[in-house]
Each structure stands twice: as C-alpha cells, then as structure tokens.
Design a protein around this ligand. Structure first.
Ligand SMILES: C[S@@+](CC[C@H](N)C(=O)[O-])C[C@H]1O[C@@H](n2cnc3c(N)ncnc32)[C@H](O)[C@@H]1O
Length: 243
C-alpha cells in the first residue's frame, strides 16, 4: 500500500510506503544494564583496529574539512544523505559531512548535493574515533533514526551503550537524535547525562517537512516520532524552521 503523501513532500519525489511498523520490544523503559555499561565504557578506550578503508575515507574528508575551514556539521548514519543535503542548504556557512556504511543507500541520491556537503561511505565506529584523534570539534551532530536494536539482549549494539560512545561525545557540538522508539532516546539522554551533556526529549514537530527518508516513512505510517536535543549555548535549533 502506498500512503497518501501528506508529509510536505514535493510532487516529483517518489511515493513513500506508509506501512512501517512501530518498534516493539520487551523493554518498557531504559535497559537495566545501561548505566553500568555506560560507566564501564567511560573508563577505557575502544581499541578495535581501524579498518584501512575507513582510514582512507576519513583522510579524504579531513583534507576537505581543513581546506574549507568552516564550522562542521556531522550527519552520522545519513542513509541516502537527504538530511545532509538539506542541512547544507539550511546552514550554507557550514560544511556538512554525511557518513553511512551503506554504499547502496548513499548511491540513492535524489537531489543535487550542495557544494558545502560531503557524503562518505565509512563505518561510524571507526570514523568517530578518527575524527576525535584528528581533533574535530563539531558545531552540530545529527544521529537521525539510528537502528533501534530493540531486542533487550542487543543493548550493546545501540550507539549509546557501545564502547565507542565516549568518542561520539568527545566530538562535541549540539547533538540531535530522532527516533520512532522513545526508549532509545531516553537511554541516549541517560548516557549523555553521564558524560555531562543534558538533553531534552520531546515529540518531533517537523514543521519544515521530513528531514530524512525514514522520517517520511514513519510519518506516512502515522507513527509517533521523538527528538532528543542537547541543552547548550548553541541557542534554539533552527532545524525545524519552515524554509
Ligand atoms: C534506519 S537508517 C536511517 C538512515 C537515515 N538517517 C534516515 O533517517 O533516513 C540507519 C542508518 O544507519 C547506518 N548505520 C548503522 N550502523 C552504522 C555504522 N556503524 N556506521 C555507519 N553507518 C551505520 C545504516 O547503514 C543506515 O543507513
């Protein structure tokens, strides 16, 4: 079934399936082991060897970052890169780097990529560590609809419960994550708080239209969506602004 396209999309975009199912999980709240896991990962470094292809990808991007000399926005797990392109349009004086490990998703480009946007195929578990080692300090960091991994036994696959999380936090910036599973974001708020970053969770009101493909799909399926944003000195987020 194809959903009625009432999500603020323009007529030339492909229809979006409105049959995404909400996340189901045996968890009724944040995982019991979350705090212990976050605390443990804060003690040590994630030292799995970095893959050559990620190092090469990072070096290419880092060269462009240095050349550009602009404030940086990282769109982690950008999928098709729709959000990265849109963010580049919303922040023309920033450089937006969209990273995803799926070459297939990245190849599904549906609009022109602005010159202040770079899309790169890499694994975030390596990319975040390389960025930290290179001294990146982000202006904004987006983690939009990360895979929820809702099975309780898969807690460690969620980014906030993974050993790489301290590297994610060390990149700094105004952090925003969105999800159709509220518990994921509740957990992320707990993990961020452990690292001294307060964050607010609220229902998403995407006044400017969906920012990502998954957001469009969930919206078309009538799902409730959630938004977590760090509370910091960056001021109110213009990300939902109507263009
Ligand atoms: C549910 S999709 C969301 C994509 C996009 N943000 C959106 O909202 O349309 C999750 C994305 O995260 C990417 N991803 C998951 N784990 C990753 C990792 N370790 N490194 C890079 N990308 C990853 C997947 O390839 C996928 O494109």
């Amino acid at each position: 079934m194809t959903a009625r396209n009432d999500a603020g999309q323009s007529g030339h975009e492909p229809p979006v399936e409105g049959n995404s199912r909400p996340v189901t999980s045996s968890q009724t709240g944040p995982h019991d082991s979350l705090r212990e896991r976050v605390a443990r990962h804060a003690q040590g470094r994630f030292d799995k060897p970095i893959a050559d292809y990620n190092r090469e990808a990072f070096e290419l991007v880092n060269r462009r970052v240095i050349e550009a000399g602009l404030p940086l926005i990282l769109d982690s797990g950008c999928g098709t890169g729709d959000s990265s392109r849109e963010l580049a349009r919303r922040y023309p004086d920033h450089l937006v780097v969209g990273v995803d490990r799926s070459a297939d998703r990245l190849s599904r480009q549906r609009s022109e990529t602005p010159t202040n946007c770079i899309l790169v195929r890499a694994d975030l578990l390596d990319f975040w560590r390389l960025a930290r080692q290179a001294g990146w300090r982000l202006s904004r960091h987006y983690l939009l609809y990360p895979n929820p991994e809702p099975k309780a036994r898969h807690l460690k696959r969620r980014f906030h419960a993974h050993p790489v999380f301290p590297d994610f936090v060390a990149l700094g910036g105004h952090i925003e994550s969105r999800s159709n599973w509220r518990i994921y974001l509740e957990e992320m708020a707990i993990a961020l708080a452990f690292h001294g970053r307060e964050a607010q969770l609220r229902p998403l009101e995407p006044q400017g239209g969906p920012l990502t493909l998954f957001e469009r799909k969930y919206h078309a399926s009538g799902q409730r969506l959630w938004q977590l944003e760090t509370v910091d000195t960056a001021g109110p987020s213009p990300d939902n602004a109507v263009d």
